[in-house]
Design a protein around this ligand. Structure first.
Ligand SMILES: [Zn+2]
Ligand SMILES: [Zn+2]
Length: 377
């Protein structure tokens, strides 16, 4: 089969690799019809992880089931399915308690597994013609009859919509809250959308990329351009000096200031300043325990100066970690089916698999208008 393979920093290629296949009776085999390039793929692309050469990338996948193992009961050949980026077993302590992003079975010795991702187990990604889905009855969410027509919406259930939603859950967003989201990338935009579904009063989205801020405005949020003055000051001014009730971090450890300098703690410390006393902050941008190619000794260990004094003094709380996609994807699927949310509206490019290399390059270069890339293998 054809697949997008990691070969080294800024070096990916579409190659022939052995076909994905059923390996265990609980597996399903999916013909991938839509698979996204994610901002978190760029950490690998840029050589900022220890992902192995030859890995097939792609963790945001949907498609049609073409074969099931002998122990698969629910999922049938022909079903359209979307796969949570995290792979869970369904029976470990964490899966049982709903923390499917931290499965103890799928990636032994660690907590959490995913398709095509550094340190997340041996699983190949879905930027390929075929995808092996382990524990298929547990992991595959079956889609309704409009699956093919609404692929651009449903494929967002694999990661960015539940991840944005998770940010607002960690921040405990309630009706009438004001919310500040750092980052107008796909996850930040989905957090802004989620906050509005939950009845937020006003949602600020801070970034310095004009095309992304325009999308935030299109989704009904208030764009805050931090290249035109400090983002924190702008949020404080718009909230009578109080700060927003809740905050969501959707950037991660490769945060850049408006001048382009990488500053890992920038968004966290800005949120502590921009959220009101006793407010909650949800962190869903990716942070890593080790970053060997970082520019400072502290950052190499995944550390940065955290403004803990202010955080404590303000009595704030913070929730962190990757989204437990299965907690939310069924309900969010229903909202898409009912036409109440349209996450696919942020898609900027649809490419075939052979154009994936160009897709990575342009997305990584933050070319104007490249906000979310969907591949159709
Ligand atoms: Zn992703
Ligand atoms: Zn598990």
């Amino acid at each position: 089969m054809r697949a997008l393979v990691y070969r080294g920093p800024k070096d990916v290629a579409v190659e022939d690799v052995p076909d994905a296949r059923i390996e265990r009776p609980t597996d399903a085999l999916v013909k991938v019809t839509a698979t996204n390039i994610c901002g978190s793929d760029l950490h690998m692309y840029e050589g900022r992880t220890d992902v192995e050469q030859g890995k097939v990338l792609g963790h945001e996948n949907m498609g049609q089931v073409i074969e099931v193992g002998s122990a698969v009961d629910k999922v049938k050949v022909g079903d359209w399915v979307v796969l949570p980026f995290n792979i869970g077993c369904g029976f470990c302590k964490n899966c049982e308690s709903g923390h499917t992003g931290f499965c103890l079975t799928a990636n032994p010795g660690s907590a959490g597994a995913a398709y095509g991702y550094a340190d997340m187990g041996p699983y190949a990604g879905g930027q390929a013609e075929l995808l092996r889905v382990p524990w298929a009855d547990w992991n595959a969410l079956v889609l309704p009859e409009d699956a093919e027509d609404k692929q651009l919406d449903y494929v967002m259930l694999s990661d960015i919509l539940p991840t944005g939603w998770h940010g607002t859950e960690l921040a405990a967003v309630r009706p009438g809250d004001s919310v500040v989201v750092y980052g107008a990338g796909p996850v930040g935009l989905m957090a802004a959308l989620s906050a509005q579904v939950k009845g937020a009063d006003q949602v600020f989205v801070v970034d310095h990329q004009p095309d992304r801020l325009a999308l935030a405005a299109k989704l009904g949020a208030t764009p805050v351009d931090d290249s035109e003055g400090d983002g924190v000051d702008q949020v404080l001014e718009a909230t009578r000096g109080e700060g927003a009730d809740k905050g969501v971090e959707a950037v991660g450890y490769q945060a850049h200031d408006a001048a382009g300098e990488e500053t890992p703690g920038l968004t966290i410390n800005s949120l502590i300043a921009a959220v009101r006393p006793t407010g909650r902050i949800g962190v869903v941008g990716v942070f890593v325990p080790e970053d060997p190619n970082a520019s400072t000794d502290l950052a190499k260990k995944g550390q940065f100066a955290f403004d803990f004094g202010t955080f404590f003094f303000k009595g704030q709380a913070m929730g962190t970690g990757q989204a437990n996609v299965k907690q939310y994807n069924r309900a969010l699927r229903n909202l898409i089916h009912a036409g109440k949310v349209h996450p696919g509206q942020i898609v900027s490019q649809e490419l075939n698999l052979d154009q994936a290399v160009e897709g990575y390059k342009n997305f990584d270069d933050r070319l104007d208008g490249w906000t979310k890339v969907v591949l159709h293998p």
